[in-house]
Design a protein around this ligand. Structure first.
Ligand SMILES: Nc1nc2c(ncn2[C@@H]2O[C@H](COP(=O)(O)OP(=O)(O)OP(=O)(O)O)[C@@H](O)[C@H]2O)c(=O)[nH]1
Ligand SMILES: [Zn+2]
Length: 362
């Protein structure tokens, strides 16, 4: 048996390298070295540019739309880095904070034709590392030698691709009794994905019958709303109302998913809030950052329910996508239980946008 890291472990290492500002080498028909723009510093930027003449910045089609760059690859654009580009110029491609104050001087030239598979993988790695989805991509000739000489993580594209679209199995690490205000019969379970991703939690109230539909809340983490009492969203009141209803009925499952900011992480959510301060709504802000409206994978919640022995739920939500994804992952949603609470004058527009653009039921 080999003690070498397998592809799942190498991907986790690559994610953490990118977060630290360390480049990663992707081997394939057109080998490249990639570096996340958000963490790219003044030391590595010139070194990466000197690797070769063929350097582009991969950005999502969403970010490209804001920058008026042509996304010839459909879901992404490859912006050609002009001669003499500065670090602050490339940071401006990634980060919309200065879009209004100091608009990008265009036009941005984008690569057309050729292969964008490595660029797509680079953007997925940035997103799963909870970084802005923008990456410097430079062609290298001998990828294995380049990675070895510089001590960089080397990933083979053909090995990585099948892993990026599959969900990692979750293991039930531990559970223990957790008496709660709403019910003294609470129990907290910790689930850990095997790919080094975020842990998720299930709070079990009572001892629900596994053969009956269980009252369930699939809740995404919201540090600001759940813990700080933020008035910008309705998360805190929804969390407490769901737990209260489970306490009253005597049983239920609250899935607390660490998918902060609809899956973009707290730093990016705060970037989105800062754009909202400039007048953009919650959906526009996500798009300007380069994300989709919602980057969450609700199937993870279905996986946890299955692991706990449940196959049917009464789902507390106003979000039809949660219902659809549960159903398509083999969990029968016998009833959608509306969860309407937490409206105030600060989140009125936010809730209206979710209803208008994201299909939330009012
Ligand atoms: N990106 C982004 N995330 C936000 C914003 N406001 C709140 N969130 C996040 O949105 C998520 C809301 O989660 P939920 O309440 O479970 O989901 P929902 O889609 O509103 O659906 P239901 O509450 O079930 O109807 C949390 O992860 C919050 O952190 C925002 O303006 N931008
Ligand atoms: Zn919230």
């Amino acid at each position: 048996m080999s003690i070498k890291p397998d592809i799942t472990e190498l991907i986790a290492r690559a994610r953490s390298d990118l977060r630290m500002g360390v480049p990663v080498v992707l081997n394939g028909p057109h080998p490249v070295v990639i570096a996340a723009l958000e963490t790219l510093d003044a030391k590595r930027f010139p070194s990466l540019l000197s690797v070769g003449d063929d350097t582009v910045i991969a950005i999502t089609a969403r970010r490209a739309e804001t920058l008026k760059a042509r996304a010839y690859d459909g879901d992404l654009a490859r912006v050609i880095v002009p001669k003499g580009a500065t670090l602050s110029w490339v940071h401006g491609i990634a980060d919309p904070a200065g879009d209004l104050r100091t608009p990008m001087k265009g036009p941005l030239n984008c690569a057309r034709g050729g292969d964008a598979a490595a660029h797509r993988v680079a953007l997925t790695l940035c997103k799963t590392a909870r970084l802005l989805p923008a990456c410097l991509v430079t062609a290298v000739s001998d990828s294995s030698e380049f990675a070895r000489r510089n001590g960089l993580t080397l990933l083979s594209l053909s090995d990585v691709l099948p892993h990026l679209s599959t969900r990692s199995p979750l293991s039930d690490v531990i559970s223990a009794r957790l008496p709660l205000e709403v019910s003294e019969t609470g129990r907290l379970h910790v689930f850990r994905p095997q790919d080094g991703g975020e842990e998720h939690y299930a709070v079990e109230i009572g001892r629900p019958n596994r053969s009956q539909p269980v009252l369930t809340r699939l809740h995404s983490a919201c540090f600001t709303g759940d813990l700080m009492g933020s008035l910008k969203c309705d998360c805190g009141p929804q969390l407490r109302a769901a737990l209260a209803q489970m306490g009253q009925e005597g049983h239920g499952i609250l899935l607390y998913m660490n998918q902060e900011g609809r899956g973009i992480g707290l730093a990016n959510k705060m970037r989105a809030y800062s754009l909202q301060d400039q007048g953009f709504d919650t959906v526009q802000a996500n798009h300007r950052l380069g994300f989709e409206d919602d980057e969450r994978d609700f199937r993870l919640g279905a996986d946890i329910l299955s692991a706990m022995g449940f196959s049917a739920v009464r789902l507390l939500t106003n979000n039809p996508k949660k219902v659809e994804m549960m159903q398509s992952s083999g969990i029968d949603v016998v009833e959608r239980v509306p969860l309407k609470t937490g409206g105030n004058r600060h989140n009125h527009a936010y809730l209206a946008t979710k209803a208008l653009k994201s299909g939330h039921l009012l």
